[in-house]
Structure formats: C-alpha cells, structure tokens
Design a protein around this ligand. Structure first.
Ligand SMILES: C[S@@+](CC[C@H](N)C(=O)[O-])C[C@H]1O[C@@H](n2cnc3c(N)ncnc32)[C@H](O)[C@@H]1O
Length: 257
C-alpha cells in the first residue's frame, strides 16, 4: 500500500487503502455552509474563480449521505486499536444554531472517548448574539479498552504545581483546548479558507500515534495533517477533491525537506 500520497478524488471510495491498515484518522469535513473552496477569496468575496468540483452547499440529505459514506470507509480502513478525530463546528442556518451532534448517528459502533472543545480568541463577530469562539473535536475509538493513547506525550505544565502534593509538574491538558485559530499573519497560513492550526493536529497525533504510524485525512485541504504527520515521524494518506489544494499541500510538504 502506498503512503505519503494525496489522491485527488472523492474519499467516498478509498479503494487504495487496505482494510484495518490505518492507525489514526484526523479530519475536518466540509461544513456545508457555502465556503468558497477552490476559489481565491479576499474578505469573503471571490476574486478569482477556478473550476470547482466541490460545492459547499449540498442539499442537507446529500451532505449527510456523503459524510456517512466517507466515515464508513474510514471504519473499514482503521486498525482495531485506532481512532478517528473529527473537527466540526456549529452551523448557523435560518437564524438558528445547528450543533453537529447528528454525527453521533454514524458512530454508534465506536466509542466516543472525548468531545473536545477547541477554544480560540478571535473569529467572525456579530452584535446579534455572542461571537462563536469554539469548535468541537469528536474522538472515537474502535475498541472499548485497547486503543492507542499516550497521555504523557501531550501533558502540559501545571501552573499550580506543589511538590508536596503532586508527583509531576505536568498535567492532563483536559478536554478544553485553547489553541489560536490561524490568522492572516501566521507563517503557516496558506490560501485555504478552512485551514487547521498545526498545533491542534500535533496534540492529536502525539496522543494517538507513534513514529511510523499511518495517518489518514479523507478531507486533506491544504495538507496540515500530512505536514504534522511527517514532523512526528509518521506516514500519511490523504484525499482531496480540489487539485488546487492537492498542489498546495504538496508544495507545503516539499517546503519541509
Ligand atoms: C474543512 S476543509 C479541510 C481543511 C484542512 N483541514 C486544512 O487544514 O487545510 C474540507 C476539504 O474537503 C474537500 N472535500 C470536499 N468534498 C470532498 C470529497 N468528497 N472528497 C475529498 N475531499 C473533499 C474540500 O475541497 C476542502 O478542501
């Protein structure tokens, strides 16, 4: 099986990947809120339009069918001790918040180990409600007990450390992660409209994989999962429907060498 490759095709079929061969899956599916993928945008307006394969405004049932198909492929290729981490956020549809808890329907046969709140300080603002400042990361394992999780690899300094009370100066980072969202002046910034911060993926990969692991992202975008996988000595496989983003990801990967 080939690794360190991004296939430019839909991840609805991942026939290139053998059953139970992937250690960890990290992804952020399209949100279906009309994001202008594949276009060059500035301040939310399209300034250059490319031939777009994926329209981020599918009818809701079609959108959910797409995710169901991709997630069932994810389950097929995942090893027994592996896990899937999915970053997804609330949507605002018809003046109402729509939380993504429907995703649970697709993972009844897996174990939800954490529902992480990824909190950040800036983003879109509004004066009609409180500004949204978090997204979710759903963490599912295939096995109930025997799954890869290296807490020591991701512990953080304890601010209130007391040698008389605690064995270590390091603590569990908890299920609320404060990690900055990518802003325009970040060095890692690409032109992708929904790019993960490397720091978010780094914690997931350090906790859920080890050097040599195979990491899959079925919605690879600008290649953040691939870049962080390589930085941690792992291998990756990705799928991305837009050629522009496959090129962007490969350019990022070449820049690491
Ligand atoms: C939320 S973005 C992922 C961004 C990525 N995490 C990053 O750091 O750049 C979702 C991506 O999925 C891609 N996409 C949409 N439908 C797809 C499909 N059926 N198969 C593969 N990729 C798809 C979109 O083009 C978009 O780049």
């Amino acid at each position: 099986m080939k690794t360190d490759v991004i296939y430019c095709k839909s991840s609805e079929s991942m026939s290139e990947i053998e059953d139970e061969s992937v250690d960890l899956i990290v992804t952020s599916p399209p949100y279906n809120i009309g994001i202008k993928y594949g276009n060059k945008t500035e301040k939310g307006s399209v300034i250059e339009s490319k031939s777009i394969k994926y329209q981020d405004n599918l009818p809701e049932d079609e959108y959910r069918r797409l995710l169901k198909t991709v997630f069932s492929e994810c389950k097929r290729v995942l090893k027994k001790d592996g896990s899937i981490w999915i970053n997804i956020k609330n949507r605002y549809i018809n003046e109402c918040i729509v939380p993504p808890f429907w995703i649970q329907d697709y993972f009844q046969d897996m174990y939800l180990k954490n529902l992480i709140i990824w909190n950040f300080d800036w983003g879109g603002s509004t004066n009609r409600r409180f500004s949204p400042r978090y997204e979710f990361v759903f963490w599912y394992t295939k096995a109930k007990d025997k799954y890869n999780f290296d807490l020591d690899a991701v512990k953080i300094p304890a601010l209130n450390y007391r040698p008389d009370r605690y064995k270590s100066q390091l603590k569990n980072p908890s299920d609320v992660w404060k990690i900055p969202m990518i802003s325009g002046n970040f060095l890692e910034r690409t032109g992708h409209p929904a790019q993960f911060p490397e720091k978010l993926i780094d914690r997931i990969i350090k906790a859920g994989a080890k050097p040599g692991s195979i990491i899959l992202d079925p919605f690879m975008g600008s290649g953040t999962t691939a870049v962080v996988a390589k930085k941690n000595g792992c291998n990756f496989i990705g799928y991305e429907i837009e050629q522009t983003y496959v090129d962007m990801a490969n350019k990022r990967l070449r820049g690491m060498r």
